[in-house]
Design a binder for this molecule. Structure first.
Ligand code: NAD
Length: 252
């Protein structure tokens, strides 16, 4: 029996990068997978490439109405929701002095609002079918100081705190819903390709970073989605191969 047999899982921002990896690896472990994204063309292509029992639904996570519609569709089509990966996010490269109000709101509408809406809607759906696992994609930027991504860091810090608050709420109310956060360092995805170019544009010294692969995060998603992690809630998982625990740079 595969690790996620019989589970219905949903991954926001699943068309690309870390969401795509998590969706692919959960599918390989037997889950029925729903990926959602604002990028419809890529979402359809990704779902088709993953295979049978992988479906795409268009969703803008910053809109509560979209959440209500999508959760409703998932539950009515597939019968339940066992796992939600709140993965969709965007980054704006700007330090505290250069961050505009527009940048701030844009980053928070996807990362912070989207994760809040997702946690709230998933708890509502999972309570009806006996429980589940909510996995929130934070970042190292939600834990340590990254000067060039101010609004993004604030949003990732909020996701880290929302995770713990919701986890304790579910535990205290005996909902059997686990809520955890993942904190990747730098992982090779389209987001980071764009980010590196922006950092170079700002004339910063190019720092050679040790870079992980999407599946380094995808395997953690599978673990937190599975019942193997049934005693883990309110926890944070750093995936960075020492980047956050050394005072020196680690060669790439
Ligand atoms: P990515 O850009 O490859 O994928 C993000 C996906 O989210 C895209 O498919 C995009 O279309 C989608 N998206 C954007 N706005 C959306 C919205 N409003 N509604 C629904 N979907 C939306 O980036 P990635 O690197 O795979 O990032 C995935 C998550 O991992 C993000 O939350 C990111 O902040 C986080 N993260 C990434 C890294 C990294 O190094 N790549 C490190 C730490 C955290």
């Amino acid at each position: 029996m595969a690790r996620l047999d019989g589970k219905v899982v949903m991954v926001t921002g699943g068309a690309s990068g870390l969401g795509r990896s998590g969706a692919t690896l959960m599918h390989a472990e037997g889950a029925t997978v729903v990926i959602t994204d604002v990028n419809t063309a890529l979402g359809i292509e990704t779902a088709a490439s993953i295979g049978d029992k992988c479906f795409f639904i268009e969703q803008d996570v910053s809109q509560m109405a979209d959440w209500e519609r999508v959760i409703d569709q998932v539950v009515s089509r597939y019968g339940r929701l066992d796992v939600l990966v709140n993965n969709a996010g965007i980054v704006v490269v700007a330090d505290v002095e250069k961050t505009t109000v527009e940048d701030w709101r844009k980053v928070h509408s996807v990362g912070t609002d989207g994760t809040f809406f997702g946690i709230q809607q998933a708890i509502g759906a999972m309570r009806k079918t006996g429980g589940g696992s909510i996995i929130n994609m934070s970042s190292l930027a939600g834990m340590i100081g990254y000067p060039l991504i101010f609004a993004y860091s604030a949003s990732k810090g909020a996701i880290r705190a929302m995770t713990k608050s919701a986890a304790v709420y579910c535990a205290q109310n005996s909902f059997d819903i686990r809520v955890n956060s993942i904190h990747p360092g730098t992982i090779a995805t389209p987001m980071v390709a764009g980010f590196s170019a922006d950092v170079e544009d700002q004339g910063e010294e190019k720092v050679k970073l040790k870079i992980g692969q999407p599946d380094d995060v995808g395997h953690m998603i599978v673990y937190l989605a599975s019942d193997e992690s049934k005693f883990i809630s309110g926890s944070e998982f750093v995936i960075d191969s020492t980047a956050s625990v050394t005072e020196g740079l680690v060669p790439g």
